[in-house]
Design a protein around this ligand. Structure first.
Ligand SMILES: [Zn+2]
Length: 495
């Protein structure tokens, strides 16, 4: 059976400058249908709408068409999710509505599950906000790191210890002797793990074998504070519960028979910060690994046949930092950028408030109609089931559209001034910010700066400027045009 599709295309000023002109979009939609063997029943085109307005008359027409012809349509095809609906909320709402008609939603250029957010102005601001938060919590973490380095255990004490008065932990008067005995028993080599578990249970410590094993491996019992993820090992500020000799003998016994034999260390993101960001010239993300346990390498993936990238991590990362330095915008530009964003934000907010009010009013009206409809059908029985369903479907559809539009008009509650100040600091020292960032923040910053990744071309890390945040900051042609066009950022924000 051939599936039947309708396609929806939307153009905007941005789209055209980015090469997603209407012509390109429709051609791709048609080609996609052909490739899939679908019949393209109808193409809906939303004419150039500004980024500001959330109204989409053709979108409504398309939904109405889907409702009326639901039996004859299987798929709604869009060119790109973010051209159609800016984020997951939009996506979910629309998908659910269509699903109610038995129609699925597909994108011609990306897997449907891909999160399309993070490109628009609010998206960018929220990323910076998140990044800012991370750095803030990073400061808390650095306080904790200092404490750990000084030998304080900052988390819940393990069995046998309790939180201490002056030292970070004291011995638990009830459980300390039981734990000590367990280590002795284990070190003697005379008991299996199950037997050890039984003995512990008899003494009031009921533990699963795995938990018991992890406990017997815990260096806190000999006063060693170790936090692997921070690479910190220090001498505890508390009195150890177990003699080191007993502990190490117990480890030897466990190594031989316990299930606690060390697992090979996993590739930590921290060791390869650019993994996932850097791609080969064919667009496949590079993978990473250690060679001879000493040298870090980024490599091409087996699924990219014929690709022979194998580059020392230091070289690639240095090249990435060079790229950051190359792209480093002048402080003056960053300042103008900041002011422009703030300006656009304020305008957007004013517009959003008006829109919100209008749409809330409309939603109330729709709800009233729905109530009246239910009243007429259920209580007064003045309309039949078929008519009821038809009207209800139409109202639900109007409601969904209004909700989507209202959601479009919603703005994140954000301390924009603070976020932008932070963005300014980050943008004014890209390489430094990247170097100083903790691994998860590094990843976030990288993705923010290069949403479509960067390429290793065999000699260095390269990027297309248009695919990065820098295209928003750079002057279009000359500085003069930048200064006299107050709405410039509206033009470069994706619709
Ligand atoms: Zn490749």
């Amino acid at each position: 059976m051939t599936l039947s599709a309708v396609a929806y295309a939307r153009v905007s000023t941005v789209a055209q400058t980015e090469g997603y002109s209407l012509h390109v979009q429709t051609a791709e939609l048609a080609r996609y249908c052909q490739h899939k063997g679908w019949t393209l029943q109808r193409l809906f085109v939303e004419p150039g709408s500004s980024a500001k307005t959330s109204q989409r008359p053709v979108f409504g027409e398309m939904l109405e068409y889907c409702r009326k012809h639901r039996d004859a349509i299987d798929v709604v095809l869009v060119h790109k999710i973010d051209r159609f609906m800016r984020d997951t909320y939009y996506h979910t709402q629309t998908r659910n509505l269509l699903a109610g008609y038995g129609i699925v939603l597909r994108s011609a250029t990306e897997p449907i599950s891909e999160d399309p957010s993070g490109k628009a102005l609010e998206g960018m601001l929220s990323v910076f906000a998140q990044f800012d938060n991370d750095v803030r919590s990073g400061r808390t973490v650095s306080g904790m790191k200092a404490a750990v380095e000084a030998g304080r255990w900052c988390w819940k004490p393990p069995r046998g210890y309790v939180r201490g008065e002056t030292a970070s932990m004291d011995h638990d008067p009830d459980l300390a002797p039981v734990v000590r005995q367990l280590f002795d028993d284990c070190a003697s080599g005379a008991f299996t793990l199950s037997a050890l578990a039984d003995r512990a249970k008899a003494r009031g410590l009921d533990l699963h074998k795995q938990v018991l094993c992890r406990m017997l491996r815990n260096p806190l019992y000999i006063g060693v504070v170790r936090v692997d993820k921070w690479g910190i090992e220090s001498t505890g500020d508390f009195t150890p519960l177990v003699h080191p000799e007993t502990f190490w003998r117990a480890q030897a016994v466990l190594d031989k028979r316990g299930p606690g034999a060390r697992k090979p260390r996993q590739l930590a993101r921290a060791e390869f910060p650019l993994k996932g960001l850097v791609r080969c010239v064919h667009g496949v993300p590079l993978t990473a690994s250690w060679a001879k346990k000493r040298y870090r390498y980024y490599q091409s993936q087996p699924r990219c046949p014929g690709c022979r990238v194998n580059v020392r991590a230091e070289a690639l990362e240095e090249s990435f930092v060079n790229l950051l330095n190359e792209l480093q915008p002048a402080p003056e530009l960053v300042r103008i950028f900041k002011e422009e964003v703030l300006n656009v934000w304020n305008q957007t907010q004013k517009h959003a408030r008006d829109e919100q009010a209008r749409l809330s009013w409309r939603l109330k009206a729709i709800q009233k109609k729905k109530d009246r409809l239910v009243e007429a059908h259920v209580h007064e029985q003045t309309i039949d089931a078929k008519t009821f369903r038809e009207h209800m479907d139409r109202l639900r559809e109007q409601e969904a559209i209004a909700k989507l539009e209202r959601y479009d008009a919603e703005l994140e509650d954000l301390d924009v001034g603070a976020v932008l100040a932070f963005a300014e600091r980050t943008l004014c020292d890209l390489a430094g910010s990247w170097n100083r960032a903790e691994p998860p923040q590094k990843t976030r910053l990288q993705t923010l700066l290069f949403p479509s990744g960067v390429t290793w071309d065999g000699e260095g890390v390269k990027t297309q400027k248009t695919a990065s945040v820098f295209s928003w900051i750079d002057p279009i042609s000359d500085d003069a045009s930048l200064l006299v066009t107050p709405t410039r950022f509206e033009l470069v924000l994706p619709a």
